[in-house]
Design a protein around this ligand. Structure first.
Ligand code: TTP
Ligand code: MG
Length: 361
């Protein structure tokens, strides 16, 4: 049973909006939203609590938000600032545990089962983390503490903003009894309505319901609903090993022999590299770019330099240097990649020495 785990879910309060209020005092106390403009058919990313009183919510079209709250202050948002704060927060988490699963810029699961600080009290650890987040960022966070992953997430919402809620193992059953099924992650409006149509509102209702009927009606997701309703969620906290590089390479159908041919392959690869970085590491900072060539005799070489962006003219220079190392040999593979800064580096660069490269993908 997973009941001995100690999971904390930390979630910043109205994150983007809170950052804007921190940096622009004139917004404080007034309804504020971060989002795209009405003219560009934008949507709201988030709103502060004053705006939420008017019903302004994340993902709502800006036009509708302005109807609900005509004096709403709308700002475009500053993604880079939010990403930087996200890094500061993660550096704080890392002082307490290595087992961290970020869900978004402002939210993460932490497994503190083995954390020895505060006599191992997850409640005190959560408080310490929230205090430190506030000290470092002047922003408030809320936390949920529970022996089960999804309940930690449910709990972090309960005393928002700037609060926390603890569901100790002995209170899990009691808590589940009244927990609305809508609170189970993945149960949206549509599923909720189907469940209500079957007379099922809370986890206790599902516990008492015929299992087979639920499985027939909802398939695999039915099993998730049943498991969660009984308080089962053995999913581990997935702390991704941090990606240190993003790359793309191609083995050519036939060896090529001229620099110009290599350059045109490189240009295509650069496009693909850009979209891979955009997809797989949008919030990461580039540390260096690397060109790799493999010659017809399978000897390979790499040339790299420090940079903070993907730069085609510079990559062409690196390619030229690598090409010259072949002394006329054919080229069978061209690759290009970027090395990424560690997100944990924050002010100190202690982790940078670990930035190694593995080209044997
Ligand atoms: P959330 O944690 O869902 O929301 P929040 O932090 O703004 O408010 P809460 O106090 O309820 O936690 O999302 C974190 C940030 O992610 C949010 O500030 C903006 C962004 N976001 C979007 O851009 N679009 C969305 O639809 C949602 C839900 C969030
Ligand atoms: Mg949040």
């Amino acid at each position: 049973m997973s009941n001995c785990r100690k999971i904390i879910h930390v979630d910043m309060d109205c994150f983007y909006a809170a950052v804007e209020m921190r940096d622009f005092p004139e917004y404080r106390g007034k309804p504020l939203a971060v989002g795209g403009s009405r003219q560009t058919r934008g949507v709201i990313s988030t709103s502060n609590y004053e705006a939420r009183k008017y019903g302004v919510r994340s993902a709502m079209p800006t036009q509708q938000a302005l109807k609900l709250c005509p004096h709403l202050i709308l700002v475009a948002g500053r993604m880079q600032v939010y990403k930087d704060i996200s890094k500061q927060i993660r550096a704080i988490f890392q002082k307490y545990t290595d087992i961290i699963e970020p869900l978004s810029l402002d939210e993460a699961y932490l497994d503190v089962t083995d954390c020895k600080l505060y006599q191992g009290s997850a409640t005190l650890i959560a408080e310490a983390i929230r205090d430190e987040i506030f000290r470092v960022t002047q922003l408030t966070a809320s936390a949920g503490v529970a022996p089960i992953k999804f309940l930690a997430k449910v709990a972090s919402d309960i005393n928002k903003p700037n609060g926390q809620c603890v569901i100790p193992p002995e209170q899990v059953d009691e808590f589940l009894k009244t927990l609305p099924l809508r609170k189970i992650p993945g149960v949206g409006k549509v599923t909720e309505e189907k469940l209500l149509g079957m007379g099922l509102k809370t986890c206790a209702d599902v516990q008492a319901y015929d299992r087979q009927t639920l499985l027939k009606r909802f398939g695999k997701f039915g099993e998730v609903i049943i498991n969660r309703s009984f308080g089962c969620d053995d999913r581990a906290i997935v702390s991704h090993r941090e990606r240190k590089s993003v790359g793309v390479e191609t083995t050519l159908l036939q060896d090529i022999f001229t620099l110009e041919q290599c350059q045109s392959v490189l240009v295509e690869l650069i496009d693909e590299l850009k979209s891979r970085v955009e997809r797989n590491a949008p919030d990461r900072e580039i540390q260096k770019q690397v060109v790799k060539l493999k010659f017809s005799d399978f000897v390979q070489t790499t040339v790299e330099h420090q940079t903070d962006s993907i730069n085609e003219p510079e990559l062409k220079q690196l390619l030229e240097e690598a090409f010259e190392r072949g002394y006329g040999k054919g080229i069978r593979l061209v690759g290009v990649s970027v090395g990424l800064h560690s997100t944990a580096q924050c002010e100190s660069n202690v982790e940078m020495k670990q930035l190694g490269f593995n080209f044997n993908h």
